[in-house]
Design a protein around this ligand. Structure first.
Ligand code: ADP
Ligand code: ZN
Length: 611
């Protein structure tokens, strides 16, 4: 029983990747495959899944076939491997016939360790024929949650991947995903026939991500404040619900002086590809997108993910925010939402012509998301609990932990609100009910004679804004529910009874009035930047080299590696080699240039000192 990966695997990690040690359970996973077994790997984004199949593919004889749905990213993935001196290539529909022939030739002559293919290509008889003629080390099924028909990334070609095992029963398989929920997990096992696979379920915690969620007005302005304060030069993603909003927000950020590019399904595929490319290739680009953007984006230095609308589910929120900070450095997840989001999302769910059970599921997921937004306790605890993971202590690294929300005894206000909903017949939306509470009149109110009822004007002591907050929380905590089909008409639930009867007390989060801004505490990305001026110089050098090689900067070195260089300031190749992320191949290709830059910097400092 060994848990230590064998020598060759560790050697590869050191020479090609420049990392000292396997982390988490990477070495066990690698060992399982090297020994010919199957593995199911559930690991959050940034956990280090790639190594788990890349290294065994090199240790074992033959070529590792990697099935990935991300055609647009294959080129980047392969570039990154080639830069580390790993023999990899890809086959998909974006290539010319000649290029494909060339790849097939290399494949047949045993010159590849890894081959990336799209599921569509894999499922052709041509390709299966090709596979029959080569030695295969393993099959890796990346983004394995694409087999799940419940998920939003479903790809029908994934369903046919089971036949790989039937055609090649001796070849080990590994399925990988960052999707955490149990249902998807079971579906992967079923659909891919992985009942005998060893399961490796990693914690889904992303400790380097700081979570902040807020509601209120002027969301755009608040977004800008957040970006200015924390991410003046960083790359990030801003998610919006509608295409129109995507375009508007992108324009607005450009006006503010940032490079911001829209991305949504209404754009031509050329424009989308171009914007994705720029996001990866340039530094400090903000992409403003609908949820159409993001799967498989393995840009490691996305420093923030912002939502200008509420995501539909906690899974979606987790997945989207998970695109921040893959490199492990501090990153921010920032979300602003409003009541309108909830109403819109409910309507979208309702209009969807899915089965009733599916709608109900979506509805419940949305309610959980809303409750998550409104809660006053640790975000991370709830997030992880949602994925059946237990965090004993509050995390100390989210908005609620750092600045516990001020709560107030809202029992009276809640009772007023609930009885007003009741007295108006449980068919009106929030705006209308609030108007009654604060004692407004208009033609509609008079026509309904709601200016005559006992609850008219009983809430004059609170502002419209405060009432909105009360209603949102009553909805979030399920004292009220809203009719999705009837313009958001409110109804009481069972939970409302004890509160109305005075048997229960209720504390709610105090509304944050705009203007009364608290200092925003977020993950400051500067904390690990031990030598900022040198880091900036190394970053510029990296950009030049990346452009010369036609690859994104992070393919040369990750930020983390540059920070370490800037802090340690190695002055010869041997010391440079000790920096995490500097493998032999990269040392050979780029080591001198970076050494030179560091030397210049150090000399410059001492000259300054003399003068
Ligand atoms: P995932 O596919 O799980 O999102 P990646 O495979 O892209 O994650 O890895 C995330 C980051 O962690 C990458 O920058 C990768 O180079 C780095 N990494 C992976 N394994 C190790 C390791 N053993 N030591 C240090 N860094 C690692
Ligand atoms: Zn917390």
């Amino acid at each position: 029983m060994t848990t230590e990966a064998v020598g060759p695997a560790l050697d590869i990690l050191r020479t090609h990747y420049g990392y000292d040690q396997f982390r988490f359970r990477q070495s066990e996973i690698v060992q399982t495959l090297v020994d010919g077994g199957d593995a199911l790997v559930l690991m959050p984004t940034g956990g280090g899944k790639s190594v788990c199949y890349q290294i065994p593919a090199m240790v074992r004889d033959g070529v590792g076939v990697v099935i990935s749905p991300l055609i647009a990213l294959m080129q980047d993935q392969v570039n990154a491997l080639n830069t580390m001196g790993i023999r990899a290539s890809f086959l998909n529909s974006s290539q010319s016939f000649e290029t494909r022939l060339e790849v097939e030739k290399n494949l047949l002559s045993g010159q590849l360790d890894l081959l990336y293919v799209s599921p569509e290509r894999l499922n052709t008889s041509d390709f299966m024929g090709l596979l029959g003629r080569i030695k295969i080390s393993l099959f890796a099924i990346d983004e394995a949650h694409c087999v799940s028909q419940w998920g939003h990334d479903f790809r029908s070609d994934y369903l046919r991947l089971k036949m790989l095992h039937e055609a090649f029963p001796q070849i080990p398989r590994i399925a990988l995903t960052a999707t955490a929920d149990r249902r998807t997990r079971e579906e992967i096992v079923q659909q891919l026939g992985l009942q005998n696979a060893v399961r490796f379920v990693h914690s889904f915690d992303r400790p380097n991500i700081f979570y902040r969620i807020g509601e209120g007005q002027n969301n755009r302005q608040r977004l800008w404040q957040f970006i200015e304060d924390n991410h003046a030069k960083d790359a990030g993603i801003v998610y919006c619900l509608s295409r129109k909003n995507v375009d508007a927000v992108a324009d607005w950020l450009v006006d503010k002086g940032r490079i911001a590019l829209p991305y949504h399904a209404g754009m031509s595929s050329e424009d989308r590809a171009l914007h994705q490319h720029r996001f990866l290739a340039e530094e400090g680009v903000i992409i403003v997108a609908t949820i159409a953007f993001g799967m498989g984006i393995d840009k490691p230095d996305v420093r923030f993910v912002a939502h200008l609308n509420m995501p539909r589910t906690i899974e979606a929120y987790y997945q989207e925010t998970g695109r921040a900070g893959r490199d492990g450095l501090p990153a921010n997840a920032w979300l602003a939402y409003g009541m309108q989001d909830v109403i819109n999302l409910r309507m979208i769910n309702q209009q969807n012509d899915a089965e009733e059970t599916h709608k109900m599921l979506q509805h419940n997921k949305l309610e959980s998301m809303l409750a998550f937004c409104e809660q006053v306790s640790c975000r991370r605890q709830t997030l992880l609990a949602y994925f059946d993971e237990n965090l004993d202590q509050p995390c100390g690294h989210c908005d609620n932990c750092l600045q516990p929300p001020i709560t107030w005894d809202a029992t009276e206000a809640a009772r007023k609100a609930l009885s007003c909903v009741y007295r108006t017949g449980q068919r009106f939306g929030t705006n209308y009910v609030i108007d009654i509470l604060i004692g407004k009149t208009d033609e509609r109110i008079e026509r309904n004679r709601h200016d005559q009822i006992s609850t008219w004007g009983i809430g004059k002591d609170m502002s419209n804004n405060q009432w909105r907050s009360v209603f949102r929380q009553l909805l979030a905590f399920a004292y009220l529910e809203s009719d999705a089909d009837l313009h958001g008409g409110l109804r009481l639930t069972q939970r409302a009874k004890p509160l109305l009867a005075g048997e229960e007390k209720l504390h709610l989060r105090e509304v944050t009035e705009t203007g009364r801004k608290k200092r925003s505490s977020t993950s400051r990305t500067v904390i690990e930047r031990t030598n900022q001026p040198l880091f900036e110089r190394l970053r510029n050098l990296r950009k030049t080299i990346a452009d010369e090689n036609g690859v994104p900067p992070y393919v040369i070195f990750h930020d983390k590696t540059l920070h370490e260089m800037a802090a340690i300031q190695p002055l010869d190749l041997e010391h440079m080699n000790e920096i995490s992320g500097v493998g032999e191949k990269k040392l050979e290709r780029f080591g001198k240039a970076f050494l030179h830059e560091i030397e210049e910097f150090v000399v410059g400092l001492s000259e300054d000192g003399l003068g």
